[in-house]
Design a protein around this ligand. Structure first.
Ligand SMILES: Cc1cc2nc3c(=O)[nH]c(=O)nc-3n(C[C@H](O)[C@H](O)[C@H](O)COP(=O)(O)OP(=O)(O)OC[C@H]3O[C@@H](n4cnc5c(N)ncnc54)[C@H](O)[C@@H]3O)c2cc1C
Length: 396
């Protein structure tokens, strides 16, 4: 797709971006992003909503019709079919995400394991669901991941539970492997990430001999992660496997900074956004240099990074649909990037969470916070939606 300014790819085409939304759906998205542009409202709503849901107040209906329908695929796997079909018609795939998090009971971890396995089987039946995302905090307790990350000596019970966590992940990966699906393991808070990395490396060696079944996530808002990526690559290069990396900037910046300040250690976060962007784009360079041995997923709403990777592929004569080159955005965000990359022939997916409204609240609250005018994303979303509504009014 070469446009008049000789750009290889443009994200300005809002007709393509929103062709999957009818006028009333677009009007609804407009209203939602306008509300999220109000910082005071978002501050209050993100505090009150989780409390109201926990207290059993009748707010689920309102959440379901507004923020849930914008950012989630449905409350059950079956309900996601409608969104999956629409995306498929536009050449867009799906990263399926069972969005339940923050549980602490063994019975809940077992339930989540079964839900992930069901997701894998479901994904295996759909040609446009190559990936299912898995959160380690859905499979074992946060505090145990923290103790493992700190290399603490595990007591008897901890040892049993850690073994159970590994077994759960292995069960999920086995089903993924059998059904031709890959599992993307989410990156979480820095103080539990060592445990996640160690497991991912172990699992890549076991499962990635023919293709990238297990994919780790690298958060480039941390100043040490480009280095980790390079070191992990070298460590694993000794094995005949395809390594898998999803590149993100990172979702817990404020929490990371706050904890570092409270506990008096140096913040793991980059000193500024420029350094974060620089490392992100260097990570793209690194992975694209090794596409023979690395599957990379550029998971970002940053137009520059997406364009940078897409143009790099074109200039270096890498096939646009190279099986190791993927792009992804969250459902409900940056449709201009997603649908224009799809139109240009790249492998592109939407991250599609599903689960009961009450359970996906933490995910939805992060989306609301990320979309305030302070965080910057709403401005982008609103101006694109306004541009498309104006265009439609003119042409009809
Ligand atoms: C498909 C997909 C999967 C994801 N999976 C995960 C995951 O597993 N784990 C996870 O943590 N996040 C995940 N995210 C969220 C992601 O980390 C970001 O929060 C979000 O995408 C915003 O970053 P961006 O690249 O889109 O771009 P931008 O809008 O360009 O960047 C915003 C991001 O830059 C960083 N940033 C902002 N200001 C500064 C600063 N002053 N200094 C340093 N850094 C700064 C922050 O990370 C912020 O979120 C995922 C996102 C997508 C699209």
């Amino acid at each position: 797709m070469i446009n008049s300014t000789n750009e290889i790819i443009s994200f300005d085409d809002t007709e393509t971006a929103f062709s999957y939304k009818n006028n009333s759906e677009l009007a609804k998205a407009h209203l939602l992003f306008t509300l999220m542009n109000n910082n005071a409202l978002v501050r209050i709503a993100t505090r009150l909503t989780p409390w109201a849901i926990r207290s059993g107040l009748p707010v689920k209906g309102l959440v379901r019709k507004t923020i849930f329908s914008q950012f989630c695929g449905g409350e059950s796997l079956e309900q996601t079919n409608a969104v999956i079909d629409i995306l498929s018609k536009h050449g867009v795939g799906v990263i399926l995400d069972y969005g339940v998090e923050g549980k602490e009971e063994e019975a809940e971890f077992e339930k989540a394991t079964q839900a992930f396995i069901n997701s894998m089987i479901f994904a295996g039946k759909h040609s446009n669901i190559p990936f299912v995302s898995v959160k380690l905090t859905g499979l074992t307790s946060f505090s145990l991941l923290e103790r493992v990350s700190n290399k603490e000596t595990l007591t008897g019970l901890d040892q049993t539970q850690w073994q159970k966590a590994k077994d759960r992940l292995n069960r999920i990966a086995n089903v993924a492997s059998e059904h031709g699906v890959s599992l993307m393991i989410d990156a979480e808070e820095s103080w539990i990430q060592n445990a996640i990395d160690w497991l991912c490396e172990e699992m890549m060696i076991r499962f990635n001999t023919k293709r990238a079944v297990v994919i780790n996530t690298i958060q480039l808002y941390r100043h040490d992660r480009l280095q980790y990526l390079k070191e992990a690559y070298s460590r694993l290069a000794a094995y005949p496997i395809i390594q898998g990396y999803k590149l993100v900037r990172g979702a817990y910046m404020e929490k990371e900074r706050r904890r570092a300040a409270d506990l008096g250690y140096a913040s793991p976060i980059q000193p500024n956004k420029e350094q974060c962007d620089r490392d992100y784009n260097l990570a793209i360079d690194f992975c694209m240099q090794h596409l023979d041995r690395v599957l990379v997923c550029i998971a970002s709403h940053n137009e520059y990074s997406n364009k940078y990777a897409a143009e790099k592929a074109v200039k270096q004569h890498i096939e646009r649909n190279h099986r190791h080159l993927h792009f992804s955005q969250l459902l409900g965000m940056s449709d201009n990037i997603t649908f224009n990359l799809a139109k240009a022939g790249f492998n592109i997916t939407k991250y599609l969470p599903y689960g009961p409204v009450g359970d996906v609240i933490p995910y939805l609250m992060r989306r609301a916070q990320e979309n305030t005018s302070v965080a910057g994303q709403t401005g982008r979303e609103l101006s694109l939606i306004r541009k498309e509504r104006k265009r439609r009014k003119k042409t009809h």
